[in-house]
Design a protein around this ligand. Structure first.
Ligand code: IMP
Length: 425
């Protein structure tokens, strides 16, 4: 069974825990998009591991963990992450990087930081890891790929095209420092050293040999941050949707059996952008506090809100979800009432939206239409079987399934690997 795990909301849904769980059965775990903007926390045997780019499957022995062509890699961040794993005595011999992955250069992070710090209007609230500018250059065909770092002649030829353009923009548009070719060549040499033990120049053979094995495609961010289908322009610059797994990994659509969308029992978002069910009151604070809703990568407090079935139904559609893994259900253990958004209402004219309005500029006029559910007022963190869940919890889950048209296959009731309910089909 080959599976894709995607974030079904705005990222931070607890994908790492689900990926970690499913990685046990996989031979190959492949990360297909994004970069170190992601922050994935895995708690295994009481120990917490934080991942940004490296597939969390690395915690298991004898797995191939592949960082695919669709990703962008900040060399220093990769180095720090790999060193941390080595320090923890994790075997990284199965870690591979696609030579086709894009390299985040210093100018990418500088431009990302500049754009975020200097625009009061149009701010995206990025992680400032250079993600957008790296993807911009990739699409503009002036990016540097991992493989380029290993061929001086190629690199030199490329830099003759890239640097004059880059320097002009850096200086004239951003007022930032420019780079000499010697400087960049030296930097790339350093990057090559960082990547060398992991670059899979034989990636075609590896993919060929693993074609018939079990593959787990690991998405980062979430469907609503997808550059094509998300809340554009408040999105990341890649394709976290299920479809992105193919382009970013080199495997075709026929290699995929299941797409599991990970969603929280509520919603969080970091950065700017519309969020119709956002709670800016004490209920939002309560969710943030109980759910520990602070960014892994930036430490920013996450915006919190009620479960939004309108967004989720849309996400299930464009994300290609075959089932949902619902996380953090236990965060509601002490709640008297739990709300679910079933539609949006336009404050201007009372129009009701059952389908997700993709023009996010009108979202400021929308308010959520809620239905209210009774809480279960019981600690569910020790429950391991669906039937043992409190009735009100089962009612809540059943209603979500009805609203989003996709079954819930996994329910997470705590951060540990063990705190998981797998529903039998
Ligand atoms: P970027 O990916 O750093 O360019 O940021 C673009 C948007 O995606 C911002 O709203 C970020 O907060 C959001 N974002 C990027 N990565 C993550 C993630 O892993 N979790 C949640 N939000 C993210």
């Amino acid at each position: 069974m080959n599976r894709i795990v995607v974030g079904a909301q705005w990222g931070d849904e607890g994908k790492a825990k689900i990926t970690d769980l499913l990685a046990q059965d996989a031979d190959l775990i492949i990360r297909y998009q994004g970069g170190c903007n992601a922050g994935h926390t895995v708690v295994a045997d009481g120990k917490t591991y934080k991942f940004h780019l490296i597939p969390s499957g690395i915690l298991y022995k004898n797995k191939t963990c592949f960082i695919g062509a669709g990703t962008v890699i900040l060399p220093e961040a990769f180095e720090a992450e790999v060193n941390e794993l080595i320090k923890e005595k994790i075997d990284v011999s199965g870690l591979k990087i696609s030579p086709l992955a894009s390299v985040t250069m210093p100018w990418h992070t500088e431009v990302d930081g500049f754009s975020e710090n200097n625009t009061s209007k149009g701010k995206i609230g990025t992680t400032k890891k250079g993600i957008g500018p790296t993807y911009t250059d990739k699409a503009a065909r002036i990016g540097i790929k991992v493989q380029d770092l290993f061929d001086e002649e190629t690199l030199s030829e490329k830099l003759d095209v890239i640097l004059p353009l880059k320097n002009k923009t850096l200086e004239k548009v951003y007022g930032l420092k420019t780079y000499t070719k010697e400087e960049v060549m030296a930097l790339c040499k350093k990057y090559a050293q960082i990547f060398k033990p992991y670059v899979a120049f034989d990636w075609q053979e590896i993919l060929e040999s693993l074609k018939d094995k079990k593959i787990l495609f690991e998405g980062a961010q979430g469907v609503m941050l997808d550059v094509d289908y998300g809340t554009y322009p408040y999105v990341t610059s890649s394709n976290p949707i299920g479809g992105g797994a193919c382009t970013g990994s080199g495997f075709g659509p026929k290699s995929v059996d299941e797409v599991i969308g990970v969603a929280k029992a509520y919603v969080t978002r970091v950065g700017e952008g519309p969020f119709v069910t956002e709670l800016t009151d004490e209920t939002g604070d309560k969710i943030r506090k109980i759910g520990h809703e602070f960014g892994v990568t930036t430490g920013r407090p996450r915006r919190c809100g009620w479960f939004d079935a309108v967004t989720m139904r849309y996400s299930a559609l464009v994300g290609g979800l075959t089932s949902v893994a619902l996380t953090k259900a236990d965060v509601f253990d002490t709640f008297e009432k739990i709300k679910v958004c079933t539609a949006y209402k336009d404050k201007r004219n009372g129009e009701i939206y059952k389908n997700y309005p993709t023009n996010v500029y009108i979202h400021k006029y929308l308010e959520p239409v809620y239905e209210v559910h009774d809480g279960w007022k019981e600690d569910i963190t020790g429950i391991r079987e669906y039937d043992m869940l409190p009735e009100n919890c089962k009612k809540y889950l059943k209603r979500i399934e009805e609203l989003i048209n996709v079954p819930i296959s996994i329910i997470s009731v705590g951060p540990d690997r063990e705190q998981t309910i797998i529903r039998k089909a």
